[in-house]
Design a protein around this ligand. Sequence first.
Ligand code: GCU
Length: 412
Amino acid sequence: MKTFLILLVSLCFVSHIAVAREPKESDKDVNYDEARLPAYDLPPLLLTSEGQKIDSAEAWMNTRRPQIMSLFGNLIYGTVPTPESPIQVSFEVLKTDPNFLQGQGTRKDVAVRFENDKGKAEMRILVFSPNNAQGPVPAFMKHSFNSTHGQDFDADPDKPGKFRNGWPIGEFFQRGYGFIAVYQQDLVDHNEVSFLDDIHPLFYRQGQSFPKAWEWGVLSTVAWGGSRALDYLETDNQIDAQRVAIMGHSKMGKAALWTAAQDQRFALAVSAQSGCAGAALWRRKSGETLEKMVTRFPYWLCRNAWKFVNNEDDLPVDQHMLLACIAPRPVYVHSSVDDTWADPRGEYLSAFHASEVYRLLGKTGLSSEQSPPVGQPILDSHVGYHIREGGHSIEPYDWLRYLDFADRHLKP
Ligand code: GCU
């Protein structure tokens, strides 16, 4: 039954990603018009809540950044509680295929297991590495809608160099990268969340059956899983755990940014069309809004976030601050012209405003407030960006740009 449901949900995602988004009746109130945006002021990046000016890398890293991360944790995504009894984590390589893709690479299926006296949970990660490497390779880790338990990550016999899900694993191998898939639903369900299964019970206090208002929602749980996958990679001598980029599309792009902000071991982050609760600015209320998000997906964020519905101006953060918390590590934002639900302009502006912190930390950022022309990626900066024609998907063009960006930062 569970396998059937997983299959059904995966199919929904595949079709969801492939089709253009049709406005629903209930979305007729959504604004896409730049002329009708609300007036807004972004909360300052370089001023603490106490009014202290932040003018050095040290003050950012030690004072302002922790302040902002605590706001994101407690008000937007939810923090991971400390479990009452310690969780034992173990890794088991279940299978190794050294002949993946006609011998171009190796595939490992790895079980990451969690256990304490409250329960057990398990996630399955897939680790792919090129066989012709001289040593541990840099890699992309993808928070994935596709299940790591079925056939989505088998080599496609009809499409050379591709997984069955269409992603170009051959291209990663040829360019000297590994690839890791972490399935979003191993530790928490997508939306019909009970919070009684999987990982949450291991963290509950006596009598608790639901996260508190400031505790982890779905995206935070996915992010935590990414960090545990990185713990495994630290034990795997084919992947260089210090050069792992975290990435994701859409909901998983939101999770990828939050993963990178929290876990400074990730060397780079890629947000593909992450939109609302990802790269896009809340205050613009263009395309999807906080209200739309928490109405449809009440548990993706923590419950405190609900309090800001139609009160975005009261939020002490906006999403440019999340990107800034990834600094000085490179971040890449990908938007598409027709993906208006994700507010491409708001995604760019977030990256633009975050650049202030990159510059403070001695890195480069986006210098123009104007979004670049369609199809002209910005790669030579620690804050990268592209917008292309088309809709809500990752296309071959996009994969290549992520790799081009990573080449500049993760290769010697
Ligand atoms: C919905 C949701 C978005 C999300 C997307 C996806 O459209 O409103 O916020 O990014 O699903 O994950 O594909």
